[in-house]
Each structure stands twice: as structure tokens, then as C-alpha cells.
Design a protein around this ligand. Structure first.
Ligand SMILES: [Zn+2]
Length: 92
């Protein structure tokens, strides 16, 4: 299967076409408000988060599943605050 950058960018968002490559929103980090994923026939590289790889890999990634969904991150409140109010004030 011969995959070109055109096949890949069909699945991507915010595509800007340049002379011999495309820039679009990165699917590996979000939000990517400033399209920083560069895709050419030789592969892809994100200028923001640094991921890179082959065109085929990116194609599998974007055509198989959409990765732009935000991960639900649960923040655990740090409740174990160590008390500092029991410092012994020893006066001479
Ligand atoms: Zn990225």
C-alpha cells in the first residue's frame, strides 16, 4: 500500500498546504492550536511535542482511531499536609 501525505492529511485537522509538505494539528498532543505537525511524503514530525515517525505509522494512527480525545485526568488532592505547627519553641 502506497501512502502519500495526501492520504494522511485527509484525517487531520487544520491542514495548511505548503509547497512540499503539510502542517496540521498534532494528534499526539492537545490542544495544538497552532498547527505544528509537519507531514511530508517522508514522514511526520511535530515541531511542538517532538514526535516523529513514518507516514505509514501516522496513517494507521489517524485512520484507525482518533487520538485527539482528551484524556480524563483525575487530580488527587494532596491531603497529606504535614503539620508544621508543632514545632517546639524552646526559649533559653
Ligand atoms: Zn505534537
Amino acid at each position: 500500500m502506497n501512502i502519500t501525505s495526501e492520504d494522511v492529511v485527509e484525517y487531520l485537522d487544520g491542514v495548511h498546504k505548503y509547497q512540499n509538505y503539510y502542517m496540521e494539528r498534532c494528534v499526539f498532543h492537545s490542544p495544538d492550536n497552532n498547527p505544528s505537525l509537519r507531514v511530508s511524503d517522508f514522514g511526520y514530525k511535530c515541531l511542538s511535542c517532538g514526535v516523529r515517525g513514518s507516514l505509514v505509522r501516522l496513517y494507521n494512527e489517524v485512520s484507525g482511531r482518533i487520538v485527539v480525545k482528551k484524556n480524563l485526568i483525575t487530580h488527587h488532592l494532596l491531603s497529606g499536609v504535614s503539620g508544621r505547627n508543632n514545632l517546639a519553641q524552646s526559649k533559653p
